[in-house]
Write a protein of this length. Structure first.
Length: 94
């Protein structure tokens, strides 16, 4: 999962990446800090294995557009990434 995140993030370095995991869009590292500050949501951590934990925050997938609009209102670009099946993805650029 984290490999997919990094692969997609490298294609959108200038954007805040909202990465769908189950019923939430999650943001990691600097994107998480920026989103947490602007959206006033709690930062937490996620284990990625080997005892490594990364900073993250998340929003419900059903309201991602509302949060993306708020980020763009502060001058950021927001990209959502949804992993649908083994070789299928959906992207939204805001």
């Amino acid at each position: 999962m984290i490999e997919d995140y990094f692969s997609f993030k490298n294609q959108h370095k200038d954007s805040i990446l909202m990465y769908q995991v189950g019923g939430f869009y999650q943001m990691y590292y600097n994107d998480a800090q920026t989103a947490s500050d602007i959206l006033m949501i709690k930062m937490t951590q996620r284990s990625i294995g080997g005892g490594v934990r990364v900073p993250m925050c998340g929003i419900p997938h059903r309201s991602w557009e509302k949060y993306a609009e708020k980020l763009t209102g502060y001058g950021y670009r927001a990209v959502s990434y949804t992993h649908l099946r083994a070789h299928e993805t959906r992207r939204h650029l805001v």
